[in-house]
Design a protein around this ligand. Structure first.
Ligand code: ADP
Ligand code: GLC
Length: 681
């Protein structure tokens, strides 16, 4: 039985308790601040540093202006700023706006932030944990001015042709950035002590999309939410992205120029401009690689003829930019084929740069997309040495090169986004031609399931909803959201109808041929279907057809629309995810958090996150089927429908159970952090 007024995490989940906890931490910090800080500093400078760390930024600036030197800022462009603001912001829309209005510049808090244990244990921690030092140590050991020149000599990378590179050190652009007009800093954050006890690690995330700048699917969600969650695990995170022209102007205009250089790319030495534009938000630093030639298209992805050169360039430019900024992370975490050449470049053309100390992780979000093209084209555009074009690395079949395959070979660790998918992709059915390669590398393959960002996906604060709700009033408020959704979409307005949502890219990965096959059998006078998606014309057309055929009870929204997605999650009773394969899947997670029951196929992350309903024990989170078969999907939908109409009491319990399930990033971010620590001890 679900307790209706509490959640598993008890009071901590309610906004008022969160605020109370924060107040306690702030009060504690302020009471320490009452001691004249200078006095403490004279007696015990380390203790003073720790106190300063716990003070609100304004207090730090007031009392110890000299402790935040600009140089420190230059060395530490990004410092964790775990986000209190997010908890206080009532709505996604609002928090985005606030962030846009007040982007924060990388915060030069001091070295103490790197170590964060309690005051007494600072020294001990410093002795015991040398692994925390690599970035700074590296910077100290080598004169800062050397790297760029060295890079230019030893590799065709980041050829810093212009004056900047010749006279200058890598650090220069960073200092320049530190002088940029600084923007309002985020508010002080209450970080749990256990997080500070975990050694700090710096991580560069490299990927092709990231909410809210550009998103076509779940990768965009993960690239936004995971770095944010890692900041809370004491990580210093930089996210490197292409500066696509389609990024909304509201973000483009807030980016700060960090520098630029010319970079050799192609086999014939052709070089390209690399600009770095920076934006800091929620403690995460976003560095956008700027080049109009590659990124001026309307969409991030167009066709392989354009995309292959684009992502060869992006992978190399991302590393060259890190070198240029002299930001040497402990971990370089790459995502999908678009960033898969990063580990290959790192172990070839960047092997003599400081970056070589970094360990690499390549996360597979979707094995179907691999970046395959003929060998001469990839060889030309990547400029990679001939020896990587062999069967163990990039070559696949007789004539093709495979960028993802190369990345899998050269990365230290491979992860994918659920444990089940990690197993599945080693079989021919799910392996997309790489199963043998993945079995060979299975020793370094792990599965870590995705979470969802609770600031964005929170029915209690979601400003896009007609009626906000939590576990205590979901049953009433969901009805209200359902009625509004029906009204907005021109459906028959009726509380008693069973509304099934489907929010998806319309591709064959998502099991839409099964849906098409059985939709007429699902439709009866008690049922409505709401589809939201874009993709293959064959699915777009068939859903349009069904909308006409079942007017007033089927609505096909052939479009990409965030607001509509939020409203469907809140207003539907069930959400359909009958995928042929699903590495993780976020829609079933969001649905559960919004009290909408998932109906899913038992594959990949769907299997790991949706426990099938067990009528004997009255447990489980949704309705599932195993084989990829239209009849089994129909059966699962009918079971859900019968349960909804005939056993509403138990259905309602499941709604609350789903809302109560921990689907946040916290657990998974901890697993990534452990992986980072394992790799860098
Ligand atoms: P995938 O990455 O394979 O597309 P996921 O389930 O991991 O699938 O993530 C899909 C993400 O994209 C979710 O955040 C979902 O809400 C969103 N989404 C998919 N289609 C649309 C759409 N047409 N409009 C708005 N959001 C969409
Ligand atoms: C991919 C997968 C999806 C996963 C998402 C984020 O697009 O298709 O299952 O949730 O990436 O990892």
């Amino acid at each position: 039985m679900v307790k209706k007024n509490t959640t598993k995490t008890g009071k901590k989940k309610t906004p008022s308790t969160v605020a109370a906890t924060k107040r306690k931490v702030q009060t504690a910090a302020k009471s320490k601040a009452k001691e004249p800080i200078e006095e403490v500093k004279a007696q015990d400078p380390k203790a003073a540093e720790v106190i300063v760390e716990t003070l609100p930024k304004a207090t730090v600036q007031e009392e110890l202006p000299e402790t935040a030197p600009v140089e420190a800022a230059a060395e530490e462009p990004s410092v964790t700023e775990p986000v209190e603001a997010a908890a206080e912001e009532p709505s996604v829309a609002e928090s985005v706006e606030v962030a846009v209005e007040e982007p924060s510049v990388a915060e030069p808090v001091e070295a103490a932030a790197e170590e964060a244990p309690a005051a007494e244990s600072v020294e001990a921690a410093m002795e015991e944990a040398p692994a925390e030092e690599p970035v700074e140590a590296a910077a100290e050991e080598t004169p800062v001015a050397e790297p760029v020149e060295a890079v230019a000599e030893e590799t065709p990378v980041a050829e810093p042709v212009e004056a900047a590179a010749e006279e200058s050190s890598v650090a220069e652009p960073v200092e320049a950035a530190a002088e940029e007009p600084s923007v309002t800093e985020p508010e002080e954050a209450a970080v749990p002590e256990e997080v500070y006890m975990s050694p700090r690690r710096s991580v560069a995330f490299i990927g092709s999309e990231c909410y809210p700048f550009v998103k076509t699917g779940g990768l965009g969600d993960v690239m936004y939410a995971l770095p944010k969650a890692l900041v809370k695990q004491n990580c210093d995170v930089k996210v490197i992205l292409p500066r696509y022209k389609c990024i909304p102007w509201e973000y483009q205009q807030k980016m700060i120029y960090r520098g630029s250089f010319e970079m050799d790319l192609c086999a014939d030495g052709r070089s390209f401009y690399v600009g770095i534009m920076e934006y800091v938000w929620d403690g995460v630093v976003y560095d956008f690689i700027d080049n109009e030639e590659f990124f001026s298209n309307g969409n991030p992805y167009t066709n392989l003829i354009d995309d292959i050169p684009k992502y060869c360039y992006f992978a190399k430019a991302a590393l060259a930019a890190l070198n240029y900024m002299d930001w040497i992370p402990n971990i370089i975490h790459c995502h999908d084929w678009q960033a898969a050449l990063v580990p290959v470049y790192l172990r070839t053309q960047f092997v003599n740069t400081k970056l070589t100390t970094a360990k690499t992780i390549l996360t597979i979000h979707n094995l179907r997309f691999q970046g395959i093209y003929n060998i001469p084209t990839i060889r030309y555009w990547s400029g990679l040495p001939d020896y990587v074009f062999n069967k163990d690395a990039l070559v696949t079949g007789w004539i093709d090169a495979n960028m993802l395959k190369g990345g899998l070979t050269y990365s230290n660790i491979i992860t994918t986004v659920s444990q089940t998918y990690a197993g599945e992709i080693q079989s021919p059915y799910y392996g997309e031609g790489l199963d043998a390669h993945l079995r060979y590398h299975s020793g370094k393959l792990r599965g870590i399931v995705n979470g969802i960002d609770y600031d964005i996906w929170n029915p209690y604060t979601d400003a896009r909803l007609h009626a906000n709700y939590d576990i205590t009033n979901v049953l009433d408020k969901k009805k209200e959201n359902k009625r509004k959704l029906q009204e907005e979409l021109g459906l028959v307005q009726d509380d008693h109808k069973f509304v099934i949502g489907l929010i998806s890219r319309l591709t064959n990965q998502k099991g839409l041929d099964l849906v098409n096959a059985i939709l007429p059998q699902v439709m009866d006078e008690h049922t409505q279907i709401v589809v939201l998606g874009t993709g293959d014309w064959v699915y777009e057309d068939s859903f349009r057809y069904y909308e006409g055929a079942y007017k007033g009870n089927v609505c096909s929204n052939i479009m990409y629309d965030e607001t509509r997605a939020h409203r469907i999650y809140a207003g539907a009773d069930a959400l359909l995810v009958p995928s042929q394969f699903e590495p993780c899947g976020l829609t079933q997670l969001i649905a559960m958090h919004y009290g909408t029951i998932p109906i899913v196929r038992e594959t990949g992350g769907l299997k790991d996150t949706v426990e099938p309903y067990n009528m004997y024990f009255n447990t489980g989170n949704g309705f599932t089927f195993d084989y990829y078969d239209a009849g089994l999907l129909l059966d699962a939908i009918n079971r859900a429908k019968t349960f909804y109409f005939e056993n509403r009491w138990c259905w309602d319990e499941m709604v609350q159970r789903d809302m109560d399930k921990d689907l946040s990033w916290e657990n998974s971010a901890k697993q990534y952090k452990d992986l980072y620590l394992d790799l860098t001890w």
